[in-house]
Ligand binder design. Structure first.
Ligand code: AMP
Ligand code: ZN
Length: 124
């Protein structure tokens, strides 16, 4: 593992959520991936999809992560529908990975925002 991919960073809030040291409302869990409702939702459906391993951001993704990210992307439409996003094309969802300061990233553990549901939304 590179320095940008450690199993667990004790100072990281999302690592603490994965370790169940901080409570969260789970959407999905397997060996490598966790999803939970955003604490401050912008839309009727707003959850975060994260790798359990502490990968800092999309700027830290390389070929070695292709399979993990592929599995995460394949989960997006399944979990979006399960959480109440309406079907494409009238429904749909937004998929966002804020990356770095100029990308608006506040939590430095890779996460994909999945947002959907009827508009208007609070933000986005
Ligand atoms: P970003 O700006 O992309 O880094 O977004 C971080 C997201 O994490 C924000 O939408 C926050 O509302 C969300 N967030 C922060 N702390 C928690 C938490 N304890 N449980 C759920 N979501 C959180
Ligand atoms: Zn982390």
């Amino acid at each position: 593992m590179s320095s940008s991919t450690t199993a667990h960073d004790p100072n990281c809030i999302f690592c603490k959520i994965v370790a169940k040291q901080i409570p969260s409302r789970m959407v999905y869990e397997d060996e490598d991936i966790y999803a939970f409702h955003d604490i401050n939702p912008w839309a009727p459906v707003h959850f975060l999809l994260i790798p359990k391993a502490h990968i800092v951001s999309m700027a830290h993704i390389g070929d070695e992560h292709a399979s993990l990210l592929g599995r995460m992307m394949a989960l997006v439409p399944v979990l979006a529908a399960k959480e109440g996003c309406n079907p494409y094309p009238k429904g749909g969802f937004r998929l966002i990975a804020n990356t770095g300061a100029e990308g608006g990233q506040e939590v430095h553990h890779l996460h994909f925002h999945v947002m959907g549901g009827p508009r208007p939304w609070l933000r986005g």
